[in-house]
Design a protein around this ligand. Structure first.
Ligand code: LMR
Length: 396
């Protein structure tokens, strides 16, 4: 019956995690998957999350089905966090709770596939591998627009603009509002303004994927491109995730927001999103959303959580500084300042796939084949070892 099924080669990121867990070497370091570890190498339960969880346990409520669109207080809290003072009214905004950011991408992709029949979604080169999987899984072709310039280790801004300029009206363009995965290279504010000018005058349809709000500059500044589209009345899709910024990976807590500039259209969009959810998994799970709603809805817990996000952001930035300093002293003829210009959890090292293999096989340091490392996996006990291993493979 199943003999025609080919073997699965494994996911480029998740299979490294499996490999890492099987590795029995004592000094192994996992810099592959995008998970934040604290200064002791542990995945934290944020104190704000723990408090909310304890409070919820103290007042148990039945675990009934949530509506297809998710928990009402959660959806409101998410919209307020994303849009702040620019929060569009209900006639302009449709928000559904989703299974993490990936679930939001999938629901959005399915909706676009049904109502905007066009073969192609434009993704940055490079991007998170699963963008390709999710959009191709929904029936699209994916094509790349230039994003990263390997020479300058920065943004290929002119080439990016030129490609976007050439796209047909209505083309779907995937954008990372902050902490680009995998490169950590983000457009400057004035570059975003030019990108959005172009989206506006070419009539493109942005699909923003926001997994790291608060990890680049701040919760507010990191969503500037999204809010700018609201201010200008540009329609868009926005997936967001609480995996990293609430350290709630396994709870799968995310949302999909669709901004509809023409008043009155959001009700039908919401209805079709609900139908898309129903056809995929009926309704989302409850517990993680209750935690997020409670933290965001309580002034004290929210302030505590904001400080926790800031603490994570600063720790990762400090690790960037330590890694680049240690690399500099180990390989003085190399310039590692690019690591300091990147934002978010990831460092895009420029290491080749062969060098990444050596890092893993000889030194037990796990990175993604593209040369991406999760800087949030570094701490004072492992950074010197990682720098020395990287220096060794760079020396050849
Ligand atoms: C990553 O890029 O490592 C994370 O977003 C985790 C994942 O699901 O790939």
């Amino acid at each position: 019956m199943f003999s025609h099924l080919p073997p699965y080669a494994g996911d480029p990121i998740l299979s490294l995690m499996e490999h890492y867990l099987r590795d029995e070497r004592a000094g192994k370091v996992n810099l592959s998957i995008g998970i934040y570890a604290d200064g002791h190498g542990a995945i934290p339960v944020l104190p704000s999350v723990r408090t909310a969880d304890v409070e919820l346990a103290g007042a148990p409520a039945p675990y009934t089905y949530l509506p297809m669109e998710g928990h009402a207080a959660y959806r409101q809290a998410v919209a307020a966090l994303l849009f702040g003072d620019d929060l569009p009214g209900a006639e302009h905004l449709a928000v559904v709770q989703t299974l993490g950011g990936s679930g939001a991408l999938k629901v959005g992709a399915d909706l676009i596939a049904r109502f905007f029949p066009q073969p192609t979604v434009w993704i940055p080169d490079p991007t998170w591998d699963n963008h390709i999987g999710i959009f191709e899984g929904a029936g699209f072709k994916t094509e790349r627009y230039p994003y990263y310039d390997a020479q300058t280790k920065g943004l290929a801004f002119d080439a990016m603009l030129a490609k976007l300029e050439s796209l047909p009206r209505g083309a779907v363009v995937l954008l990372h509002p902050c902490c680009h995965n995998p490169t950590g290279v983000d457009p400057l504010r004035e570059q975003w303004a030019q990108i959005i000018d172009l989206i506006e005058h070419r009539g493109l349809l942005p699909f923003f994927d926001l997994a790291y709000q608060g990890f680049a500059e701040s919760l507010e500044q990191d969503v500037w491109p999204v809010r700018e589209c609201v201010r200008r009345g540009i329609a868009f899709f926005l997936s967001n995730s609480f995996s990293k910024i609430f350290s709630l990976y396994g709870e799968r807590v995310g949302a999909l927001s669709v901004f509809c500039p023409e008043a009155g259209q959001a009700a039908n969009v919401l209805g079709q999103l609900k139908l898309t959810v129903r056809r995929n998994y009926s309704s989302p799970p409850m517990h993680g959303a209750l935690i997020v709603a409670r933290v965001l809805g309580d002034a004290t817990l929210r302030a505590q959580w904001q400080a926790e996000v800031e603490q994570m952001r600063v720790r990762v930035r400090d690790m960037r500084i330590k890694l680049s300093e240690q690399l500099k002293s180990a390989v003085p003829d190399h310039d590692f300042s690019f690591l300091l210009r990147q934002h978010g959890m990831f460092g895009y090292t420029g290491l080749s796939a062969a060098q990444v293999d050596r890092l893993r096989e000889e030194f037990g340091v796990y990175a993604v084949h593209s040369g991406r490392i999760c800087v949030a996996g570094l701490n004072d006990s492992n950074v010197a070892r990682v720098a020395e291993a990287m220096a060794e493979v760079l020396r050849g």
